[in-house]
Design a protein around this ligand. Structure first.
Ligand code: BGC
Length: 788
């Protein structure tokens, strides 16, 4: 097939064997279901209640069995042809002769949800109906096993709630009533949580009447089947938490200030996010219900013969820890081995534990052993000294002993006898002050006290006033403006097509020089949708052979325009995928999704989203991976590598600190340089260095008083100069920043439409140069040139 045929050709050309479509094909849907089972986390399992015994009878409670939420809203939404709910999953097991379901009860929920939908309630936003007493008794006569289902929905542009009784982080009063009624009537109760983020776990943790809890997340198109697979032991759970489940919402360090203001968020807990807080700060440990890294299996494992050593490699010293993992239980299963380290407290203060490396075993048969090797670069344990306690704006390894802990959660570890020592403070890398806070007055230290930070006069970014969301402007909107028609100074006489640059017959500089200012500026703006796309495109200069390359969301699957008869695969939500601790699986999902992109003539897949789970309330946590940057970075890198193995571009997003949705286009994330570098930027750094994503999307919000998309210190400095990012940077869709400032900062493309008039005006006023515009255009065209 000739280059760009797919991009230019509508409708799609099937990529499967014998002319079949790969989009939402059986193989992809099977992969989605398999991944779903691998990321579900078994939180509690007493008296061996799960798996359900063959031939048992089950009563399913809760409207979530019907109103099943397979993923969240916004960019994490997908157009599919169907969704399998929990009831369907259990009925399938019934057909397979594994159990029996009390249909009368499920039909009650079916009717109720149908009615609520008819009244306008949306999926995941229905109200828990009261179970009629007679039906409850009938269910109890039928069986002594109850499975309670609870679901949650969240999405873009709004945050969740964290007030007791809210029906969000906490149970609603109606849900609580249902739980009380069921636990009073049934001796055996399991709970299935169909949720996209951290929720209250105190109502079941110490409740003896609830023996088992499966954190099933929002698990994609066949999530209901995957849940049934786990409940019946057709799959053995091997998911591990990537977030700490604390006793209450207030126990999270970010909770106190989360709703202080719509205009800013102070990241006062600094680097003590998630388990770094709970494992370090005095008194916080007992607030944890389920620790980071935790998850049960139907079998058990022994991690033994652990030993560590140093290895000198060309790219620096590595810590290598080896161990053997044996399945000492009765069912086949997988285990996740986690290596944590603690650095000396020194003058900077350190978290008591930080995840350094991890490995998931293959599926081990009972009695089988696997040898695992974990590696981490010694220098990756360095801390960023932003105030100059040892060396200003530098990564430093403080003098003392670095210890290692190996196990299957942050709490369940054994100390490795090997110790790494630094005799004296050692500066690892000297950088520059970048994206420094101006308004963050204090930050937490390792003993729970606060350190004061210098506060400077507020200098908030100006919001671009003239911006309207909508379709990109039509070409030719500058007719009459002669400056728009001026070409570059070295314009060649003969017309050069982009394919000439591809073939090496002309340089990018020559190509750009022949374009008028108007054409050049247009290249920096989003372009109209074609085909199935609904998030716009880039390029689109047909007279010079530049195709209009379409984008599509998102983390949960290829999100295209609904109503066109094309349906795609909905993958489990990103948090579930992170809970697999299996980057190879995430790579496969990336590659499969990229094939769906390609088949539908789309070029840039707007995923992975990888912001840190700073607070349980962020409405988009389900689209993001973890509270830990190593997990987030490794998962994102795997996804990007999978996507780009199919020559489709990935877009890691939202760079950075988009950890709250309320007023997301103007909220200012006020955060220290250290927390930025060690927590909020770290995952992006890993993804850039390990996968070189073709594109990166900046966030809507400001960081320390300025829009991220306008910050040259972030984009030209940290991203490109320090990390070596080679790709193109796009804004998030219809942000509130000035495009000319973005161009100067190295944010190349403005989506969904851009504002060409503003850029031309700025050029006329000398605020931005043609050279700067050309630099951005070149990066956009180079991205297009990477496509097949
Ligand atoms: C979201 C992005 C998404 C874009 C295009 C924005 O509202 O924040 O994540 O990719 O829309 O749909």
């Amino acid at each position: 097939m000739e280059k760009w045929t797919r991009i230019a050709h509508q409708p799609c050309l099937p990529m499967g064997k014998d002319g079949r479509l790969v989009t939402a094909c059986e193989e992809h849907i099977r992969l989605s279901r398999q991944a779903a089972t691998e990321g579900m986390v078994l939180l509690k399992n007493e008296c061996g209640m799960l798996p359900l015994k063959k031939g048992c009878r089950v009563a399913l409670f809760g409207k979530a069995q019907i109103d099943y939420v397979r993923g969240g809203g916004g960019s994490g939404e997908v157009t599919t042809s169907y969704t399998r709910n929990i009831y369907e999953g259990m009925k399938l097991k019934e057909e397979e002769g594994k159990l029996q379901v009390f249909d009368e009860l499920s039909r009650f929920y079916e009717e109720d949800v149908k009615e609520q939908y008819a009244q306008g309630k949306e999926n995941g936003k229905t109200v828990e109906p009261a179970v009629p007493a007679g039906l409850l008794q009938a269910a109890r006569r039928y069986t002594d096993i109850a499975v309670i289902t609870i679901c949650r929905f969240s999405g873009e542009d709004w945050d969740r709630k964290g007030i007791p009784g809210d029906g969000d982080f906490y149970l609603s009063p109606q849900e609580q009533e249902m739980v009380d009624a069921v636990t009073a009537a049934f001796p055996k109760v399991a709970v299935v949580l169909d949720v996209g983020g951290m929720v209250d776990s105190s109502w079941f943790k110490e409740n003896e009447k609830i023996q088992s809890v499966l954190l099933a997340w929002q698990a994609g198109i066949e999530g209901g089947l995957a849940i049934a697979d786990i409940l019946c032991a057709d799959a053995n759970p091997s998911g591990k938490l990537v977030d700490t489940f604390a006793g209450s919402f207030d126990d999270y360090p970010s909770s106190a200030g989360f709703n202080d203001s719509d205009d800013y968020v102070d990241y006062t807990e600094d680097i003590y996010v998630g388990y770094r807080y709970f494992e370090t700060i005095p008194g916080a440990a007992e607030k944890v219900n389920y620790p980071f890294g935790y998850g049960l299996s139907y079998t058990s494992f022994a991690i033994r013969n652990c030993c560590g050593r140093l290895e000198k490699a060309e790219d620096g010293t590595q810590i290598v820890v080896e161990a053997s993992v044996t399945n000492v239980g009765k069912l086949a299963g997988k285990e996740v081995v986690q290596l944590y380290y603690s650095a000396p407290q020194g003058r900077l203060g350190k978290p008591a534990r930080a995840l350094g490396a991890f490995a998931k075993t293959r599926c081990l048969q009972p009695g089988e052993t696997q040898q695992v090797t974990l590696r981490l670069a010694a220098d990756s344990m360095a801390s960023y000294d932003d105030t100059g306690k040892i060396a200003k704006s530098a990564y430093v390894m403080e003098a003392g002993e670095y210890r290692f802990y190996l196990g299957n959660s942050v709490r369940n570890t054994e100390k490795v006898s090997f110790v790494y020592k630094e005799e004296a403070d050692r500066v690892v890398l000297v950088l520059k002050e970048r994206v420094a806070p101006r308004q963050l007055a204090k930050r937490m230290l390792a003993d729970g006290s606060f350190e004061e930070l210098p506060v400077q006069a507020e200098c908030k970014a100006e919001r671009f006033p003239g911006f309207v969301e909508g379709n990109p402007p039509h070409k030719g909107h500058w007719e009459g403006d002669t400056t728009a028609n001026e070409r570059g100074a070295d314009a060649p006489e003969k017309k050069i097509m982009l394919m000439d640059v591809v073939n090496g017959d002309a340089s990018m500089e020559e190509f750009l020089a022949q374009l008028t200012n108007g054409q050049l500026i247009d290249l920096l703006c989003g372009q109209p949708n074609t085909g199935v796309a609904n998030t716009f495109g880039m390029g689109n200069l047909p007279e010079y052979g530049v195709p209009n390359l379409m984008t599509a969301d998102g983390p949960a699957g290829v999100r295209i325009r609904p109503g066109l008869g094309v349906c795609t695969t909905a993958w489990p939500c990103a948090t579930l995928l992170a809970c697999t601790w299996n980057p190879d699986l995430v790579y496969e999902i990336g590659a499969a999704g990229a094939r769906e992109m390609k088949e539908n003539n789309l070029g840039i897949w707007l995923t992975p989203a990888m912001n840190i789970h700073r607070s349980p309330l962020c409405g988009r946590n389900f689209e993001y991976y973890s509270e830990d940057p190593l997990i987030a970075g490794k998962m994102a890198a795997a996804k990007v590598n999978g996507i780009q193995s199919e020559h489709i571009g990935a877009s890691i997003k939202h760079f950075a600190c988009n950890n709250k949705e309320t007023n997301r286009k103007a909220s200012d994330s006020r955060v220290s340089e250290r927390a930025l570098r060690e927590i909020y930027l770290k995952g992006f750094e890993i993804a850039v260095k390990e996968a070189q994503p073709w594109t990166l999307m900046t966030c809507y919000n400001m960081i320390n008083g300025r829009y991220a998309s306008e910050r040259e210190d972030l984009l030209a400095g940290i991203l490109r100069e320090e990390w070596g990012f080679k790709g193109m940077v796009t804004t998030d869709w219809w942000n509130k920043a000035y495009q000319y400032k973005e161009i100067k900062a190295g944010n190349d493309l403005k989506m969904g439409s851009g504002d060409p008039d503003e850029v031309l005006e700025a050029w006329k006023e000398g605020k931005v140069t043609r050279k700067e515009i050309e630099t951005c255009a070149a990066r956009i065209l180079e991205t297009i040139m990477k496509l097949d």
